[in-house]
Design a protein around this ligand. Sequence first.
Ligand code: ACO
Ligand code: PYR
Length: 532
Amino acid sequence: MSAARVHLFDTTLRDGAQTTGVDFSLDDKRAVASLLDRLGVDYVEGGYPGANPLDTAFFERKATRRAKFAAFGMTKRAGRSAANDPGIAALLEAKADAIVFVAKAWDYHVHVALEISLEDNLAGIRESVAAARAAGREVMLDCEHFFDGYKANPDYALACARTAYEAGARWVVLCDTNGGTLPDEIGAIVREVAKAVPGDNLGIHAHDDCGCAVANSLAAVEAGARQIQGTLNGLGERCGNANLVTLIGALKLKERYRDRFALGVDDGQLAELTHVSRALDEMLNRAPNRHAPFVGASAFATKAGIHASAVLKDPRTYEHVAPEATGNTRKVLISDQGGKSNLVAELERIGVTLGRDDPRLNRVLQEVKEKEAQGYAFEGADASFFLLVKRILGEVPEYFSVERFAVNVERRYNALGELVTFSEAIVKVQVGDDVLISAAEGDSGPVNALDIALRKDLGRYQSLIEGLRLLDYKVRIFQGGTDAVTRVLIESGDETGERWTTVGVSANIIDASFQALVDSITYKLARAGATA
Ligand SMILES: CC(=O)SCCNC(=O)CCNC(=O)[C@H](O)C(C)(C)COP(=O)(O)OP(=O)(O)OC[C@H]1O[C@@H](n2cnc3c(N)ncnc32)[C@H](O)[C@@H]1OP(=O)(O)O
Ligand SMILES: CC(=O)C(=O)O
């Protein structure tokens, strides 16, 4: 039996744009469309032309090469013809291959939200679909609230779906708009609908309000639907949409799906999945979800010593699929939960080979456990771990020593009577025989001032740290024994695109930050091959 083709429809740029805190620029939209195009999705829904100037501008030219470019909008308003409806005119003007109409499929919504008759709503569907078909477009109907509508009045929900299909819609998409439907209900209802509209013309659009959007999409496909709508990383209104990244991983890699269903995403494109997911977060300035299935930094990370020992013998002991398949990597973490197996694996990753009987391995393990007891966390601070090991092996010299630093923070009114905060820092370092003193002001607080002062003059090492940048700063305060302890993680990067994370721990947040800053610079110097 040949595999059934399942079409992927991405709505990151339309439903994803309805996510709280997400605002795409025109350039962002173009970049996301091209990421999706390369990933191999079948449709990219670009937005709602006519609803706002940005979306209208986005549809002035086609934004995809391979995927079909889809424009979204509502069916015609009651009381006017499709030819006379400005919303439909904007959709037809858009440079889109496909037009997606949204229409209510729940009688209650037709009465309460649209305040029109059930027949007028059906006429809106029929005439809108026909108008777009007459203009030569592929047409879809998103049946809003289909599942709630079906439970309340199955005949009417079905009439909406059938009307769109009979008017020429290529796809009738059943939407779980409020996200409250569960997988078994989705499966049962899709099976019933497939008796009226062929499964090859049915799509699913699931919201994640019960945490079931991915499961619901899979249930719909099992029941016969052949188009899945979703978004990258599950962006979308309220709790989001079905996460297309997870769905692609599941459909391509899980045995029960991969032989029965074919996607437009090939294995090479699948290996880009982690990159695509993280590139979107990067663009939106959001920290990637470490725990995201298939693509998260922790998706193939092993912390427990017992697991690490088995993973090193055969990764399949604790991995349901191979990390490389989605472009992810296996990580064996170093922490107080780990033993020698974790350590040997992690040392090999950073290019250090130590036998299990090498006494230096015990020293590293002991120091890691002692530091973790003080509050350090090396699983998220790869560069500090690298330095800890290299120091024990005597391979990192002390490039500079800090004799003292001081920070001053002021909150005051300036000459214009405005309230301002102001930070300044002084750092005194010794580099070889030179004692260097630098002062700096920080726009965004004392750590920023300290960072600028510390990197202002490192004597002969200065040219090696010119490209260093601080990218992220995280603080966690927790109880260590009887006192509060602050842990600071700093992510840095440089002109080569390399990123690394360092950690500092102290009762004092500035001191913890300073330790992480010093480690970041030391790491950069060590990677640059600097000598003492
Ligand atoms: C489930 C979903 O995610 S659907 C997608 C929702 N997305 C968006 O709404 C984002 C873009 N929307 C917008 O910018 C605006 O809502 C616009 C431009 C589309 C319309 O703006 P306005 O004309 O000011 O209308 P407003 O937003 O206040 O209300 C929506 C109107 O559309 C009507 N409507 C809603 N769905 C439909 C439909 N499928 N067919 C016809 N009319 C509809 C409503 O009854 C309401 O009409 P009313 O103004 O006569 O009460
Ligand atoms: C169309 C859509 O986004 C929904 O019904 O959820």
